[in-house]
Design a protein around this ligand. Structure first.
Ligand code: PEP
Ligand code: MG
Length: 557
């Protein structure tokens, strides 16, 4: 999209994508072309030999991934390196392996071609899923399948080693359709100053890595990212999601100044690292971060959050093709609690349903799923699923400071029932001599108008409240939070929402419990003074906003 200039010079060419990792980067655009062509098909007589060629390459790839995991542990931390273990699991998946062997046998063709075809079939299945996380896994299938093919080609002498290469001299802005994790970990921020992709998703590992490595990243540029841009000088603005092509001197001066301001702001915020979150008058607020999965843990730790105010446990379920077992969940909760080293971690129990669907739950199609059988309602109707999660949580509780929170509460009975089930889970663990922490805070989300209105009745039953302004706004104002055509109606600043927040805080304090906020409104600096004035005890925000909010709170009276 051209942008008008004031001095008569030709308009700047600005491509608009989605912001993914903040910051400004200058460099020459350099494309990766690896997906341009797939392996060609060759007829094979000895299919057994071809299957065993595939098997050798597969085992080789699995051992390479083990080595990559070890090598990237130090550079990126366990939470990011774990993707190589995920790739190992993908290459061990019986469905994937048998599909390739069957293809070789049926089509009597070379292993490289079979791997390529089967991988793309899996990709199509993933991309068709109604879930951002699962869609972002598609690049992982491509990545680990490409690894097998590189090994096959290397063994046949067709490929002599391969690493990321750029046609342009550094600094480069890496341009591609989407990056896969094993490529991202090879990136050196001194060479690659920015990343731009035509596809991508906010939840992809590429974006997580880009943020971890502080590389400005713009995704979803679509067809605008054309090959003729190779070698062009460009500026990536990771905060606005813009890619400025062939910037003139005025633009370079402007963005250099903005980069300086950004750097100065980031440096300014660094003085708040390791500090308490307090107002000028000494009023202390707990400033926590929200996390969506284990992969976010490093971001939370790097953000200097004082705890996790909302761990959306449903992402564990969304990542799986079947119910995650108690053991699987236990390992994740344990890692999060250990990672947070004694800081409070509020894990919200399964909030599935509405926009968060996992096929294996076989949920009935509902006319109004946001107000249907979801979250705590579903757990109370499916005690087995609920108890599995609670057992995993209680078992993990000895590894840190766990708090458990129930979503979408509307009645006193629901809370009493949840507490009763917690008691049953405790009793079961005790009978089996399995340890759990003696005191675990139990809280609820206040995200329905009903809960906010009867917060005086709910407060004596729990240890804390956390206000979910996303759902509270949607239900108070009858404005679907997913509906992009209702911007004026979905208004968290509406005084109806504000009164419910006020009521909730007052009732919590009256009963002597603390109250936090984990909805998006908590990140809004324009609202921070109000929230503090209302007496909120805890605020939980996206990791990248933690230091910014601590700085803001430090300015308040
Ligand atoms: C909320 O509703 O405000 C909330 C934090 O929960 P979620 O966004 O996961 O529904
Ligand atoms: Mg909610």
């Amino acid at each position: 999209m051209p942008s008008p200039t004031h001095d008569g010079s030709p308009p700047l060419r600005i491509l608009q994508g989605s912001p993914a990792s903040r910051g400004i980067a200058f460099g020459r655009i350099s494309f990766l072309h690896r997906y341009a062509s797939g392996p060609s098909r060759r007829p094979i007589d000895d299919v057994d030999a071809e299957c065993s060629r595939f098997e050798k390459a597969r085992l080789h790839a699995i051992s390479q991934l083990g080595a990559l995991y070890e090598a990237s542990l130090e550079k990126l931390g366990d939470q990011n390196a774990v993707v190589f273990q995920i790739h190992q699991l993908m290459l061990e998946d019986p469905d994937y392996v048998s599909s390739i062997n069957n293809y070789i046998r049926k089509e009597k063709c070379n292993a490289e071609y079979a791997v390529h075809v089967v991988a793309h079939r899996f990709v199509e299945q993933f991309l068709a899923m109604d879930n951002d996380y699962m869609r972002s896994r598609a690049t992982d299938i491509i990545d680990c399948s490409r690894r097998i093919n590189e090994i096959l080609l290397m063994h046949s002498g067709s490929l002599k080693g391969k690493s990321l290469r750029f046609d342009s001299p550094p600094p480069v802005i890496l341009a591609t359709d989407d990056l896969v994790p094993s490529e991202t970990v090879q990136l050196d921020p001194d060479t690659v100053t920015g990343i731009v992709t035509s596809k991508g998703s906010q939840r992809s590992h590429t974006v997580i890595f880009a943020r971890a490595l502080a590389i400005p990243n713009v995704i979803c540029l679509g067809d605008q990212l054309t090959p003729d841009l190779e070698g062009h000088l460009a500026i990536v603005d990771g905060s606005t999601g813009q890619l400025i092509i062939d910037p003139d001197e005025a633009a370079i001066t402007e963005y250099t100044a903005r980069k300086k301001t950004d750097d100065a702001q980031a440096a300014h915020l660094e003085q708040f690292r390791g500090k308490d979150t307090v107002t000028r008058s000494g009023h202390r607020i707990e400033l926590y971060a929200n996390a969506g999965s284990l992969a976010d843990l490093d971001l939370v730790i790097a953000s200097d959050a004082e705890g996790i105010g909302l761990f959306r446990s449903e992402y564990i379920y969304l990542q799986e093709s079947d119910y995650p077992t108690e053991e699987q969940q236990f390992k994740i909760y344990k890692k999060v609690l250990e990672g947070m080293g004694g800081r409070r971690v509020i894990i919200r129990t399964l909030d599935i349903g509405a926009d968060k669907q996992a096929e294996y739950f076989l949920l009935k199609k509902e006319d109004n799923p946001a107000m249907g059988l979801r979250a705590i309602r579903l757990c109370l109707q499916n005690r087995g699923i609920f108890k599995t999660q609670l057992r995993a949580l209680f078992r993990a509780s000895v590894y840190g400071r766990l708090a458990i929170m129930f979503p979408m509460i509307t009645t006193v009975d629901e809370v009493l029932e949840c507490r009763k089930i917690c008691d049953e889970v405790r009793a079961g663990l005790k009978a089996s001599n399995i340890p759990y922490a003696e005191h675990i805070e139990i809280g609820i989300m206040i995200e329905t108008p009903a809960a906010a209105v009867i917060s005086d009745e709910l407060a004596p039953l729990v240890d804390f409240f956390s206000i979910g302004t996303n759902d509270l706004t949607q239900f108070t104002l009858a404005a679907d939070r997913q509906n992009a055509d209702l911007p004026g109606y979905f208004n968290p600043y509406h005084h109806a929402v504000f009164r419910l927040i006020d009521n909730t805080i007052k009732n919590a304090h009256q009963a002597g419990i603390w109250v936090g906020m984990c909805g998006e409104l908590a990140s809004d600096e324009n609202f921070t003074a109000k929230l503090v004035q209302l007496g909120l005890d805890e605020i939980s925000v996206v990791p990248s906003s933690v230091l910014r909010l601590r700085a803001k709170i430090a300015t308040l009276g």
